[in-house]
Design a binder for this molecule. Structure first.
Ligand SMILES: Cc1cc2nc3c(=O)[nH]c(=O)nc-3n(C[C@H](O)[C@H](O)[C@H](O)COP(=O)(O)O)c2cc1C
Ligand code: SF4
Ligand code: SF4
Length: 380
């Protein structure tokens, strides 16, 4: 399939590159490097290689961890090592991220100055090994968020695309963390959800508009879909990133996307969906979860009605005289059977996947308005 076609299918662009499928490889120090990714290149859209230690204190920590029996990437010159890895992945078709461990913002900045736009820079705020925490990275960042925000800003000063790998439940409030990551300029939140599951993912989604990668035990299509319908833009796998599992997920989401149009459509709000579900919500005429949601985002009913009408102006979603509220903009997800909606969809010459793609565009407009223009406070 051509890049243009796959771009259309999932609509994902990271670091100015089209991502072929919303399945990624998450880093495992000592294991996930260029050869590891190349062996799986046909089934993933992105890969975060590493973690790589990038300065003396973190390289020392890696040696200490190796002495304690952990597998780590060891080398004397991080730039030489990273250069070899990045070069091997350049023509792979896999969008590459470097999972990095550094002891100071300047160390990250120095690496980004060297590699520029060739890769995404992922800050490892996840590692819980004592030597790394003592060196000032991994979980240290989640207990010292100011240090994390300084590191993001240092990387962003070079124009880099920045991902932050977090472990859920370490920071005292992941909703606040998500919001701070966004305000500090990060581009991607890569969240190991641990045992918290989709409820935690939804909290993060509702707190920031950033590209969101869900991680932890995503080994079946069911689990992957659960992540997509509660806010994930992409899923990643580490321990089970074997070819068979990755290929299965890639094929399943590709099929799903072709059938339904919007691969990560949220559940309806009243079924536990995240904030993107506003694109399926009715007019605010009854007592239902829409009202408390509007209250949390500080939007009046009239503002919500006006925003939705304005967002569908000039698009086929404006149509639908026979539908409950006079326009498809208020209509339900394609999975809720409705002959009035389906009749309108066909009258305006659309297929159901087209309808869902338009709802996806509507959700993007609503999210932009809610987060960027209104600067709202935590809908949680
Ligand atoms: C052996 C091993 C090494 C890991 N090394 C790193 C690392 O260097 N940086 C990082 O951010 N996460 C690291 N992780 C965490 C994984 O990327 C991932 O978040 C975690 O394993 C949960 O996802 P999974 O269920 O798909 O394995 C490591 C995990 C394992 C098992
Ligand atoms: S407005 Fe409609 S779709 Fe939204 S929560 Fe209420 S009943 Fe559900
Ligand atoms: S017309 Fe059908 S799809 Fe549209 S709001 Fe009414 S029930 Fe939902």
């Amino acid at each position: 399939m051509h890049a243009a076609d796959s771009s259309q299918r999932f609509g994902i662009v990271l670091n100015n590159r089209v991502v072929r499928t919303p399945v990624a490889i998450a880093s495992m120090a000592g294991w996930v490097d260029a050869p590891y990714v190349l062996a799986r290149r046909d089934h993933v859209g992105a890969a975060f290689i590493g973690g790589y230690s990038i300065d003396e204190p973190t390289m020392k920590a890696a040696r200490e961890m190796t002495a304690q029996g952990r597998k780590e990437f060891l080398y004397d010159d991080p730039v030489e090592e990273l250069s070899a890895q990045v070069t091997r992945l350049e023509e792979s078709g896999v969008v590459t991220g470097l999972n990095l461990r550094g002891s100071a913002p300047e160390s990250y900045e120095a690496i980004a100055e060297i590699f520029g736009e060739r890769v995404i820079y992922e800050i490892d705020a996840h590692c819980r090994q004592e030597p790394m925490i003592r060196a000032g990275c991994g979980e240290f960042f989640l207990h010292h968020p100011d240090r994390l925000m300084d590191t993001i800003k240092a990387l962003k000063s070079t124009g880099a695309t920045v991902s932050v790998k977090i472990r859920a439940g370490v920071h005292h409030d992941d909703r606040i963390l998500a919001k701070e990551l966004w305000r500090s300029g990060a581009d991607i939140i890569h969240a190991d959800l641990m045992d918290f599951g989709y409820q935690k993912l939804r909290q993060i989604r509702n707190s920031s508009p950033l590209f969101l990668i869900a991680n932890n035990s995503i080994t079946s299509f069911e689990r992957m879909k659960e992540m997509f319908s509660h806010g994930a833009d992409m899923v990643s796998l580490a321990r089970r990133s074997d070819e068979r599992t990755l290929a299965g997920l890639d094929a399943a989401i590709t099929r799903y996307s072709d059938e339904h149009g919007w691969y990560n459509a949220p559940k309806q709000l009243c079924r536990g969906g995240d904030i993107r579900a506003l694109s399926f919500c009715c007019m605010p005429v009854k007592n239902c979860p829409l009202l408390p949601t509007l209250e949390r985002i500080g939007m009046t009913r009239d503002e919500y009605i006006a925003l939705k009408m304005e967002s569908v102006k000039g698009t086929p979603l404006e149509e639908g005289k026979q539908t409950c509220f006079g326009s498809l903009s208020w209509c339900c997800k394609d999975s809720s059977p409705c002959m009035f909606r389906d009749l309108t969809i066909r009258q305006v010459g659309l297929t159901n996947p087209d309808y869902m793609r338009l709802k996806c565009e509507l959700a993007a407009k609503l999210i932009k308005k809610i987060f960027n223009d209104r600067n709202h406070d935590n809908p949680g």
